[in-house]
Design a protein around this ligand. Structure first.
Ligand code: ATP
Ligand code: MG
Length: 572
């Protein structure tokens, strides 16, 4: 490819609404353009990288005996109603009606569609197992589209679905996808970790998220420094933190004017945070849920959802909802409260192990001191569950070792679905005894476009992107210092042909711009190798090869450029 023919409009300025590095760099380097909130067009450079990720995904999926198919993006509402997700999916689903007023959605995922597809064709155990996948645009009307490709409303996903005759079969399919994902992200050059995760609204048992480790990640993970335990903190099960037993003091009310956060109260009363309890109120499935943790802990929303068997993600309760159940925002504790049909109280296990703590008095500008949960809560009438987030102060739930915390970008997820969809949509097969059984399913997603962004989040510097070779739009760029100089151009052309012949994905920067401009662009776009052809080097029959990652420059005889480049690329 010649740079004069390449459509890659670079920008000198960082677009003001770009909120993460990957988005800024992809816009600046001409990889993509924003069409609307959460919608992007890929330009040739961006699309080349996407296609390289897709190629790796395809190779590894095929190697794991998954077969590629393509299903419609547009999905009829009926199948979603059958599974019960037409309502459960909520506002994130993009819905449309056709001219006859039939309801459809733009697929956010394809469990319903694939189950409907195979159930008509697969009816015997002899046809199983089978694993089908596609690479396609998905649509989710995210509450907060942001971070460019990482949380967009239309994005590219690889989604695979496995069907097995029994749990053991599913375990095998799952393992094979887990291993394929490990190979895929390794080949893409990412630093990542598979972590135990929550199976969320999709249902099922057993799931891992593949997390690219990066500061810009929206997920928090903990991992053990001793064993291989690693989990999304949403699912990390914290132990019970005990406090030293104390004589129970008398419960009393103190004035705490305008101190509506637990930090304010702790400061006002000169108490350490672990001697306080705090309340967060959610609305889950139309029910108001009061969650209580120690003042120095944070509430785990997913654990709260599980504790009340909620079918949707918790939302913060509105002031109106609080009023409806008689709660005074900022001054809430379970003391004197009872659960009702529409009101649940969930208390963290570690809260039950506290003595003489401070919490809301359920009236404005007042707090209780000397709350003793075992004495003062209606213990028969509350749910006690581990609902705080695990932290790196906790010990590893598996081996007791030290935990560390990291931010992760979820680039993929593997799920054991079980029979949720096959039962709802009646996807059965006849077993060896001729009896009908629901197929045992797994589903496996990779965010292809998010993976691209994650790679940039991991590999960049102040000058631009530093691509892992496998997913770089071009592996190398040849920069003749002066494109008007015929000798330089003809040597560059020779090198260009030699590299192409050697199978290197190479760009020749034949633009008549100043060398400085071309160098800057090369750094910004992030080609793993830059081959500079200058008068100086030509005098010695040499060129300079610069490695983007290390900045190291190597001189190399012209007739061995192809060999050298191929060799260098192997480590990039
Ligand atoms: P998240 O928790 O980040 O919203 P998810 O768990 O809902 O993601 P899955 O249903 O597991 O997503 O989808 C499979 C993969 O698709 C994810 O692992 C992620 O890489 C990608 N993905 C999901 N939502 C988006 C999005 N809005 N933009 C880009 N990629 C996404
Ligand atoms: Mg997920």
């Amino acid at each position: 490819m010649l740079a004069t023919k390449l459509y890659a409009p670079t920008l000198r300025e960082v677009p003001s609404d770009a909120d993460v590095v990957s988005q800024q760099l992809m816009l600046r380097a001409g990889f993509m353009r924003k069409t609307a909130n959460g919608l992007y067009s890929f330009l040739p450079l961006g699309w080349r990288s996407i296609k390289k990720i897709e190629a790796i995904v395809r190779e590894e999926m095929d190697r794991a005996s998954a077969q590629e198919i393509m299903m419609p993006i547009l999905q009829p509402a009926e199948i979603w109603k059958e599974s019960g997700r037409w309502n459960a999916y909520g506002a994130e689903m993009m819905r449309i009606n056709d001219r006859h007023d039939n309801e459809f959605c733009l697929g956010p995922t394809h469990e319903e569609m694939i189950t409907t597809l195979v159930k008509n064709e697969i009816n015997s155990y002899r046809q199983l197992p089978v694993n089908l996948y596609q690479i396609q645009s998905k649509f989710r009307d995210e509450r907060r589209p942001r971070y460019g490709l990482m949380r967009s409303r239309e994005f590219i996903m690889k989604d695979a679905y496995s069907f097995d005759v029994d749990e053991a079969g599913l375990d095998e399919s799952y393992k094979s996808m887990y291993d394929a994902y490990t190979r895929i992200f390794t080949r893409c050059g990412l630093t990542f970790r598979p972590v135990e995760a929550d199976s969320g609204a999709i249902g099922g048992s057993g799931t891992h998220e593949f997390m690219a480790i990066a500061e810009a990640g929206e997920a928090d993970i903990v991992y053990c420094t001793k064993c291989d335990y690693a989990a999304n903190i949403e699912i990390g099960k914290p132990g019970i933190m005990k406090q030293d037993e104390e004589a129970l003091q008398e419960l009393s009310v103190v004035d705490t004017p305008n101190a509506s956060t637990i930090e304010d109260v702790a400061e006002m009363l000169n108490l350490p945070l672990h001697k306080t309890i705090k309340a967060v109120v959610f609305s889950i499935d139309g029910k108001i849920v009061l969650a209580i943790v120690r003042g120095d802990h944070e509430v785990n929303e997913v654990a709260v959802q599980h504790a009340v068997l909620g079918s949707v993600e918790p939302e913060m309760a509105t002031p109106e909802e609080l009023e409806k159940v008689g709660l005074t925002a900022g001054f809430i504790s379970p003391v004197g409260l009872k659960q009702t049909e529409e009101f649940a109280i969930v208390v963290d296990e570690s809260v039950m192990e506290t003595y003489n703590v401070c919490g809301g008095a359920n009236k404005k500008d007042a707090h209780y001191i000397n709350i003793n949960p075992k004495r003062d809560f209606n213990v028969e009438d509350i749910i006690v569950a581990p609902i705080r987030l695990i932290t790196d102060d906790d010990v590893c739930p598996t081996c007791g070792g030290t935990l560390e915390h990291a931010k992760g970008i979820e680039v993929g997820q593997v799920f054991k679905l079980g029979t949720k969809y096959s039962e709802a949509l009646q996807a059965t097969f006849l077993d060896q005894n001729g009896r009908p059984n629901p197929m045992i399913m797994g589903c496996y997603g990779i965010g292809v476009s998010r993976t691209l962004a994650a790679a940039i989040e991991q590999y960049h510097d102040e000058n631009g992107i530093i691509w892992p070779r496998a997913i770089a739009p071009f592996e190398a760029v040849i920069v003749p210092i002066n494109a008007k100089d015929e000798a330089l151009m003809s040597t560059s052309q020779t090198i260009y042909t030699a590299l192409q012949d050697a199978g290197v994905d190479v760009l020749l920067d034949d633009r008549k711009d100043r060398a400085g401009v071309k160098f800057k662009d090369a750094d910004l776009i992030g080609y793993p190798l830059r081959i500079t052809v200058s008068k100086n080097t030509l005098e010695n029959n040499e060129v300079e090869i610069q490695i983007r990652k290390s900045g190291e420059a190597i001189t190399c005889a012209i007739d061995s450029v192809a060999t050298k480049v191929t060799e260098l690329l192997q480590d990039l």
